[in-house]
Each structure stands twice: as structure tokens, then as C-alpha cells.
Ligand binder design. Structure first.
Ligand SMILES: Nc1ncnc2c1ncn2[C@@H]1O[C@H](COP(=O)(O)OP(=O)(O)OP(=O)(O)O)[C@@H](O)[C@H]1O
Ligand SMILES: [Mg+2]
Length: 1012
């Protein structure tokens, strides 16, 4: 296979490291002839190495007077810590015997000590030019060695990490905390005392307190029916298949409990992950359970138990007793077993088991549960096969479980059913999570998050909840936690990592590499890209590897057309595959993923720009990343303002890392200007805004970038939401208009004129609006895209709309309609959803003015729904205000009030102030309140609105506000209604707001006539 840039030279792995050495070897060596000493050490080494291999560890190196061994690398084992501890226990036993022999033979005081630690290491070939030996390095290794140095002769010491991983399976004694050189915190140290009580992970769960058993009703029914057939003397067998942690053992346990409650005897046995080297473990376990043998029973009692039960069942078994005694480790000195070949002995044993199942005196139904057949040894498997064949026609139910990688060599009885146990559904996961974590409101959404992340695997759910507690995300007690830190930051628990890494390491190397590449590419990746990224040049190799991943349930085909899209079945698998790679390797794959995405999607660069930028960033190609990020931000544009804001922020961060130069400045300035441009749409903290302004000013001034300076003045001095005083706003617009003209940039001039027309509208300078908009339209000519994207999506459409608004104020309604309709058409054509939204809102207002109130409300509501999707605050708040105007026209006052309150909340929440149209919204609110009979509130609000508009010179809403104020004064029996109307008429007349003037005059007449 051709070596590509992403060849794995090492991996991050969770392992357990074991150091063993001879205590005081220098002194001992000195006392002996070197040759003799060498042979003593040889004996010692082979004991150590044998035990390491027995538990499938790797001897990393011989250290001169001992060894370093690693469990869990190169191939991950989910129980690496247990394996290391079992190996250590056996080493200590064997060495004690060896030492006794040395003492006898050589008078030598020989003793060894062992240190064990678990954690992450980098494992791989280390050495010059990557040619070196496979080894593990990292702090984890150093700490294991320190444990060895600390250990007393003849003892094995563990760090707390190793102890945590082995807890329950091993008996440990807490020795307290020790200051260890090279460790920043004191380390809690444990002594390895012996084997613990737990045999499986489920035993640990039981010790911790089982979580509530959820779901599985269907499976329990299948098992209950099988039991019924067994009771009827037909014999039955059920196999349960599922990936680790899905709940095979728990289901068996729950069913076994039901059987026991029913008075049915249940015998349980299980294969062990490190047990393949120790034949017949599960069979022994099963027979010991069957004969009721306890660990502490003396041999004689054991023999009595065996003989007693066997002969009661079938007197013919008397001839088989020596075999049973021998197999169960209690040979009877008076009745030795005749010499038999291993094969003959096993055959005989299988015969005995069949006899037990078929025993004539067996009357009660029995259930036998054999777990974890994926670890079963050959001998036990053969015996189980015969047992399964033998159950037909008996009252026996056999339940076995195993993981999908196991391929049974037996076929089972005719009545054999297999249950493919599925992960929990969302409802059951939710119930489990509620049981574990509780129902505090802070936990809202946790169930969905964890369900998605774990894909419903209950073991993963339990472990992640535990991890969340340990890492301080959850506070409180089991079943009653509060979430105090976001869960998204939580890592993968090491227990879960170990299970998943072990699955990944069982893959063929090509498949593993493909999986790693896929994990870097994303949650989902198109096949052609994956092929390119993985560097697995050969099509066939790649196809085979992919098939393995799909069949193994790592990836699935999310789509087949137009191209195969592969997705991770479990998010956690992706996290683990990603986390196992060295950052250098990940970087290379990210860069390759970016290149592949560019190459394979020539027509979709805009759409994929954000993804490409992410990969380039992770791939360390900062300049390219910044360029693509800017491109993605432009593309997000005003349709996805939040994405655009995020992408500009990212562009800014990337630009900061670039080398000095024109492109850096250009990116740095535009990233800031664009963020400022989104600030009036989305809101921004004042300090952040001030910082961006200062930085952009500095860069643009230094590089003499007049265009950017013009934009900056527009956005900094007089953007919506920021200004308070009309006069000041107009002064800034004049300055920026001059700057734009000076810049000579045609598009900029168009855009700036359009943008500043808004200020003139707000102060009710309708002539100014018209003049600026006409200039925009004239300068743009037929080019509807002139100035597009500079502040406004489509300045031409916007200018038509603003002209329309001015016309409406002047009472020229037909002209308004024509203008707004062309504005909407052009905004839509030019892909400017914002101007389209604002225009629809104005159309609704126009319809309201014309008395087409139903149409007005429908238009405003539809617009509000469309605008909601934009996700920007300015437009959403405005669209709600338009809903209110239309609702008021239609007499729907409560709806109007709701819309206004929402508009106000939204705007103030994001912007920290009410903005330039605060008095408009307040005036409308006063109208609604008045109509709803809340006259006092109406009066207060109207007074405020009038003062606000007057004081800031935002004259556009003022006449209508004053008209409402007059009505509110009347309604409250106050003086001053006439004065308010006079002022309204004066302002309307002065500003040319003829539409409102007419309404005000009507009011004046009716007030004078005393009809109000
Ligand atoms: N239906 C369930 N309701 C509640 N908890 C469950 C359920 N199923 C499994 N669990 C819990 O999830 C954890 C893992 O389950 P279990 O040990 O049965 O998995 P398994 O499939 O046997 O895995 P392995 O292949 O590793 O043996 C246990 O703590 C168990 O109590
Ligand atoms: Mg299990």
C-alpha cells in the first residue's frame, strides 16, 4: 500500500501499564556470579512474560531487572486494567514460589514488586525516522513506574485511575495519598490484595444499585413463552444478541429473577474476556452452581454435594462421579479417575452433562443462563452445543447471550429463538435518564441529548451520567441532580472509550483507517470523498473495508443516490475514533477532507464553504481557512444572519493568525465591518462593538482604505438602534455620503445612499428620502444588483420601498402600491429576504390604511412567519410591529398588544434599548391599551412615546402618537387633548405627513363638536 501523508505512526490509547522488577537487584547481582545471576533473571523474566501473554498484554520492554508491559495496546481491550491486575496477582504467586526455590537453592532473598497505572498513552513505533520499536509513552507510563518504585517487596500497587477501572473485579486496599515525584497532585495509592467479587459489569451495576429496568416488554414475552414450552417438557433455547452495553445481561438477570420468584431453579455461567486461555471456566461455573458448591466448601463437602445431587437424579451416574470430582477439582483419593486422553475426558464430560439434563428423576423445570459466548473457549462451546441439543423434550430452558461478532458453531435445538436486542428507544432512554438524573427543569433536553449521543445504549447512558456527575456538570444526588454546566463539553468516559476502542481495534487495518478518516471527515461523509481522504488508493480494498464497517454496524448508508452517503451509527464511535488519532494525523486528514470536498463538488463551493473552512482550519491551513470562511459568511448573507455573524467572527480569529500583509488587513477589516453590520440586526454587547469599531478604524486608517472607513462611519456613527438624536444621525449620514462620493466607488455610493435614507425617514424628512432614493435608482440604472450586499441586500429594492413609504405618508396610495410591488419583486429576484420582509410589512400597512383589513392581517401574519425563519431580531421585531398595525386596523386589539409586547421584548432583549422606532411601538401600544379599556396605562405610554419622539427628533411617528395621546387624555378626563391634536397637525403639516394630517383634522373636528 502506498504510504500517504496520513499513515498512522501512533495512536492515543487508553491502556494499563504494568512495571515489575526485582527489589534491590544491584546488591543481589553483586553477590552472584554473573552467569548464575543471568539464569536467575531469565527465570524471573519468563514468569513475567508468560503472565503478560496469558492476559493478552504486550511486553513493551525488558528494563534490565524487570519488565514494562502494556495491556490494551496495540489492540485495545475493554478490560485492560483487570487484565493487568490478574496478571500481577499471578506474577506475585509465581514469583513467591520461584523465590522460595531460589532461597532453597542459592540462599537468595529474592522479591519482586509491581506498579500499575491506567490512562492515555501514545502507542506506536517510536524511534529515529519512525523506524523504531512499538512502544507506549506518556505520563501514564511514568506514573506506573513510580508505583513500582513505591511498592513494598512482594506487592503490587495501583494508582487511583487503575483502581477505578478495576474496582469490584479486584480486591484493593486503599493506602491513602502519596506525594509522587512528577505528579502535580498527591496520588491515591491502592494495594492489590486479591480477586474481587464481581464477575461481570452487571455485578458492578448491581453493587452501585441497578437503575430502573425500562422497556423490553417484547423480549420478556418471548422468554416467558419459551419458558412455558420448557415447562411443558418441550425444551427451549433463546439466544440474545447485541453489542456491548445494550442490556443482554440485564435482560437475562431480570428474567432469571422472575423465574426464581416462580420457584424455578436458575443456573448461571459466563465466559470471561481473558478466559479463552483457561478452558472450561463457564462449564465449571455452571456445574458448581448446579451442585450448589460454595468457594469455602472443604473438598469432602464438595464431593458429598456432587454425589448427593447426581445420584438423586440418576443412580446410573455413580460411574461418572470420579470424572465429576476430577473436573470440579476435588478428585477422590479412593476412587481415582482412570487415565484418559484429554479428548476422551471431554467427550465423557459432555456425556455426563447430557445425562444430567435427561435425568429420569428430574421433575422441575430448570433455566440455564450462559453469558458472553463471544469469549467462550472451544471446550466449553462444544459442551454447550451438546447441552443445547439435549434440551429437546426436557423441562430445560437455556438462555445464551453474545455480541454480534460471535458466530455460533452449534445450531441449537429445533426450538431455538434468537432475539436481536435493540438499543433503547427515546422514551425508554428518557425514563432511564430520569431515573438516574431526575427531573429538575435544568435537565430539560438532557434526555434527547444523551439519547442521541449514546444511540440508546443504556451502559453508555449510565456511564455518561456518572461522568457528568464526576466532572461537576451535574450536582446533587442520584435521581435528583441539577445541571450546572453545559453537557456538550463533557468528554467520553474512559469505560465507554475502552469498549468502543476494543471494537474498533478488532477491525481489519484498512477498515480501521477508513473509520478514522470518516471520523475526521464528519458525522456523515460522501463515499467518493471518504475514498480520497483515506488514501486507500485501491477501489477494491476500499470497498471491502467499507463493507466491513457497514456490516459491523459502524457506518450506515444514509443515502444511496445521487451518491453513497455514509454516516456514523453511533456518535460515540466517531468521538472515540477521532480521539484515538494523533493531532498530526488528524490535521492531515482534515486538510485532505477540505481538498476532497473542493475537488468533488465544483458546483457547490458556496454551500460547502463553511465545512471546507472548518476542515482547513483544523488542517492548520489558516489563510485558506480564512478565505473560505469569509466566502461562507458572504453566502450565509442576510438569509442566515446568525451563521453569518459566527462565520465572520471565525474569519476574524483566523485572520489574526496570519502573517502581516494586505490580505490579512483586508480580511481583518471586512470581518469586523460585517460583524458591525449584523450588530443592528442581531444586537451586540456595547464593549464588543466599541472594540470592533476601534480595531477596524485602526486597520483601515493604517492601510488608507477609504471604502472601509466609509462603511465604518455608517455603521459606527449612525446605524439603526444606536442613534438617539435625529440631528446627530443626519449629521453622520451627510459625512458618510461625502466620504462615499469621495471614494469614487459606484457600488458603495449606491449602498450608502440607500442606507442613509432610513435616517431621513425616521426624522420625517420625506423629501430627503425621495431625493436619496431617486439618486440610488438613477445611479443603479438597470443594474438591480448595484451595491448589493453592502449593508443592504438589494439597495435598489430598498430604495423603491422607502420611496413607497414616503408616498404613503403623503397620502399617495396608488403610487405607494406600485413602488412597494416593484420593491418586493426585485428584492425577491435579487435574493434579499430582508427587504422582501420589510416590504411585505409595508404592504400590509397600506392595505390597513385602505380598509382592506382582513387582507392586511393575513399579509402581516404571513410575513411574520417568513421573517421568523430569518432569525434576525431587527426584522422579526419589525414584522411583529407590522402585525400590530394591521391588527389595530382590523380592530383586533388584544392581538395587536400581544404582537407589540413580543416585538418590544425581542428588540430590547437583544439590543439593550428600544431603538429609533421605540416611540412608534409605544404609540401603537397606547392605541391598543386604550381600545382595551386600560386607559390609565394608555395615557402613560402615550405620554412617554410623545416625549421620546419629540425629544429625539424622531418625528415620523410623532403625529400619530400625539393623536393617540389626545384620545387617551380625553378617555382619562384630562386636559390637553386639543393641544396634543394641534401639535400633531402642526408636525404633520410641517413634515408633509398628509395621510396622518387628514386623520388628525377629523379628530380636531369631532373633538370641537364634542362628539369625543
Ligand atoms: N432495560 C434496561 N433498563 C435499565 N437499565 C438497563 C437496561 N438494560 C441495560 N441496562 C443497564 O445498562 C448497563 C449495561 O447492561 P448490560 O450489562 O446488560 O449490557 P450487555 O449487553 O450485557 O453488555 P456486555 O456485552 O458488555 O456484557 C447495566 O448497568 C444495566 O443495568
Ligand atoms: Mg453482559
Amino acid at each position: 500500500m502506498a504510504k500517504t501523508g496520513i499513515e498512522a505512526d501512533g495512536e492515543r490509547k487508553q491502556v494499563t501499564v504494568l512495571f515489575a522488577d526485582v527489589k534491590g537487584s544491584m546488591d543481589l547481582a553483586e553477590q552472584h556470579d554473573p552467569e548464575e545471576w543471568r539464569s536467575i533473571m531469565q527465570g524471573f523474566f519468563s514468569i513475567l512474560a508468560d503472565e503478560v501473554r496469558r492476559f493478552e498484554g504486550t511486553v513493551d520492554k525488558f528494563t534490565g531487572d524487570g519488565i514494562m508491559a502494556v495491556f490494551g495496546a496495540p489492540v485495545a481491550h475493554e478490560d485492560h486494567a483487570r487484565r493487568a491486575c490478574y496478571a500481577a496477582l499471578r506474577m506475585l504467586d509465581e514469583i513467591a514460589e520461584y523465590a522460595a526455590e531460589l532461597r532453597r537453592k542459592h540462599g537468595l532473598n529474592f522479591s519482586a514488586r509491581i506498579g500499575i497505572n491506567s490512562g492515555e498513552v501514545i502507542a506506536g513505533a517510536i524511534g529515529e525516522g519512525g523506524e523504531g520499536e512499538y512502544t507506549a509513552i506518556g505520563h501514564t507510563v511514568g506514573l506506573a513506574q513510580r508505583m513500582e518504585a513505591l511498592a513494598e517487596p512482594g506487592k503490587a500497587y495501583l494508582t487511583e485511575q487503575a483502581a477505578e477501572a478495576a474496582r469490584g473485579f479486584l480486591e484493593l486496599e486503599d493506602l491513602g495519598e502519596f506525594e509522587i515525584k512528577g505528579a502535580s497532585r498527591p496520588v491515591r495509592v491502592f494495594e492489590l490484595v486479591g480477586v474481587g467479587t464481581a464477575r461481570s459489569r452487571l455485578d458492578l451495576s448491581r453493587e452501585r444499585g441497578f437503575s430502573r429496568f425500562v422497556g423490553r416488554a417484547g423480549e420478556i414475552t418471548v422468554l416467558t413463552e419459551a419458558l412455558a414450552r420448557a415447562k411443558a417438557g418441550e425444551g427451549a433455547a433463546v439466544g440474545i444478541v447485541a453489542e456491548p452495553g445494550v442490556g443482554k445481561s440485564r435482560l437475562c438477570h431480570e428474567f432469571a429473577e422472575r423465574c426464581r420468584n416462580d420457584g424455578i431453579e436458575v443456573f448461571e455461567a459466563q465466559a470471561q474476556s481473558h478466559g479463552q486461555g483457561i478452558p472450561f471456566m463457564p462449564v465449571l461455573q455452571m456445574l458448581r452452581a448446579y451442585f450448589g458448591i460454595a468457594d469455602a466448601d472443604p473438598e469432602r463437602i464438595v464431593r458429598e454435594k456432587i454425589a448427593g445431587r447426581a445420584l438423586l437424579l440418576d443412580p446410573d451416574l455413580v460411574d461418572d462421579l470420579p470424572l465429576l470430582f476430577d473436573f470440579l477439582g476435588v478428585p477422590d483419593p479412593d476412587r481415582p479417575l482412570p487415565q484418559l486422553s484429554a479428548e476422551a475426558r471431554q467427550r465423557a464430560l459432555r456425556g455426563v452433562v447430557c445425562k444430567l439434563v435427561h435425568a429420569p428423576n428430574r421433575r422441575d423445570p430448570t433455566a440455564i443462563v450462559v453469558e458472553d459466548l463471544h469469549w467462550v473457549d472451544q471446550g466449553s462451546e462444544a459442551l454447550l452445543g451438546e447441552l443445547l441439543d439435549a434440551v429437546e423434550g426436557t423441562q430445560t430452558l437455556v438462555i445464551v447471550n453474545f455480541r454480534p461478532e460471535y458466530e455460533p458453531t452449534w445450531t441449537g435445538p429445533p426450538d431455538y429463538h434468537e432475539i436481536e436486542l435493540a438499543p433503547l428507544g427515546l422514551a425508554d432512554s428518557g425514563e432511564l435518564i430520569r431515573d438516574l438524573a431526575g427531573e429538575d427543569p435544568s435537565l430539560d433536553g438532557l434526555a434527547e441529548h444523551l439519547h442521541e449521543r449514546t444511540a440508546g445504549n443504556p451502559f453508555f447512558i449510565e456511564e455518561i451520567v456518572r461522568e457528568l456527575v464526576e466532572a461537576g456538570h451535574l450536582e446533587g444526588e442520584r435521581g435528583a441532580y441539577k445541571l450546572v454546566r453545559p453537557v456538550e463539553e463533557a468528554g467520553v468516559p474512559v469505560s465507554v472509550q475502552a469498549v468502543l476502542a476494543a471494537r474498533i481495534d478488532r477491525l481489519d487495518p484498512d477498515a480501521k483507517r477508513l473509520l478514522q478518516a470518516a471520523s475526521v471527515a464528519g458525522k456523515e461523509v460522501p463515499e467518493p470523498a471518504l475514498v480520497l481522504i483515506s488514501g486507500l488508493g485501491e477501489r477494491e480494498e476500499c470497498e471491502a473495508a467499507l463493507r466491513e464497517l457497514i456490516e459491523g454496524g459502524f457506518l450506515y448508508e444514509e443515502e444511496l443516490y445521487p451518491e453513497r452517503l455514509l454516516a456514523f451509527r453511533h456518535p460515540l464511535t466517531r468521538e472515540v475514533a477521532y480521539g484515538s488519532q494523533l493531532s498530526e494525523q488528524r490535521r492531515a486528514i482534515h486538510a485532505a477532507a477540505a481538498r476532497a470536498t473542493i475537488e468533488l463538488n465544483p458546483d457547490r463551493h458556496d454551500e460547502l464553504a463553511a465545512l471546507i473552512a472548518d476542515h482547513l482550519e483544523e488542517g492548520g491551513e489558516t489563510l485558506e481557512a480564512a478565505r473560505w470562511s469569509a466566502r461562507a459568511a458572504y453566502w450565509a448573507g442576510h438569509s442566515q444572519p446568525r451563521d453569518a455573524m459566527r462565520l465572520w467572527r471565525k474569519t476574524m480569529t483566523l485572520a489574526a493568525e496570519l502573517e502581516e500583509g494586505e490580505e490579512k488587513d483586508a480580511l481583518a477589516v471586512s470581518a469586523r465591518l460585517r460583524q458591525l453590520d449584523y450588530a443592528w440586526r442581531l444586537g451586540m454587547e456595547p464593549e464588543e462593538e466599541a472594540r470592533l469599531i476601534a480595531e477596524a478604524d485602526e486597520i483601515a486608517t493604517r492601510s488608507g482604505d477609504l471604502r472601509s472607513l466609509t462603511m465604518l462611519r455608517t455603521l459606527a456613527g449612525g446605524r439603526p438602534g444606536r442613534v438617539r438624536k435625529g440631528e446627530e444621525w443626519i449629521a453622520t449620514t451627510e459625512e458618510v455620503n461625502r466620504l462615499a462620493t469621495e471614494s469614487g466607488d459606484h457600488h458603495l455610493q449606491v449602498a450608502i445612499r440607500a442606507a442613509i435614507a432610513y435616517a431621513h425617514l425616521c426624522i420625517a424628512d420625506f423629501d430627503g428620502v425621495e431625493r436619496l432614493c431617486d439618486e440610488v435608482l438613477e445611479m443603479a440604472g438597470d443594474d438591480h444588483a448595484a451595491g448589493a450586499g453592502i449593508i443592504l441586500g438589494c439597495p435598489v429594492a430598498w430604495a423603491l420601498m422607502e420611496k413607497g413609504v414616503a408616498s404613503r405618508e403623503r397620502g399617495e396610495l396608488d403610487k405607494t402600491e406600485r413602488l412597494l410591488e416593484s420593491a418586493l419583486r426585485i428584492a425577491t429576484e435579487q435574493g434579499d429576504p430582508e427587504t422582501a420582509s420589510w416590504t411585505r410589512g409595508n404592504l400590509a400597512m397600506l392595505q390597513g390604511t385602505r380598509g382592506e383589513v382582513k387582507a392586511a392581517v393575513a399579509m402581516a401574519r404571513r410575513n411574520q412567519e417568513l421573517t421568523e425563519r430569518l432569525g434576525d431580531v431587527f426584522s422579526r421585531s419589525l414584522s411583529l410591529t407590522h402585525v400590530a398595525v394591521a391588527s389595530l386596523a382590523a380592530g383586533e386589539h388584544a392581538a395587536a398588544l400581544d404582537a407589540l409586547e413580543e416585538a418590544e421584548r425581542l428588540y430590547r432583549g437583544a439590543m439593550g434599548s428600544g431603538g429609533e422606532v421605540a416611540s412608534w411601538r409605544a404609540g401603537l401600544r397606547a392605541e391598543a391599551l386604550l381600545e382595551l379599556g386600560r386607559t390609565q396605562e394608555a395615557l402613560d405610554v402615550a405620554e412617554w412615546a410623545a416625549a421620546e419622539a419629540r425629544e429625539n427628533g424622531m418625528l415620523w411617528p410623532l403625529p400619530r402618537v400625539l393623536k393617540t395621546l389626545a384620545a387617551a387624555r380625553v378617555a382619562n378626563g384630562r386636559e390637553g387633548a386639543h393641544e396634543a391634536l394641534d401639535e400633531a397637525a402642526e408636525v404633520a403639516e410641517r413634515t408633509g405627513a398628509l395621510l396622518t394630517l387628514r386623520e388628525v383634522e377629523e379628530e380636531q373636528t369631532s373633538l370641537a363638536a364634542g362628539t369625543r
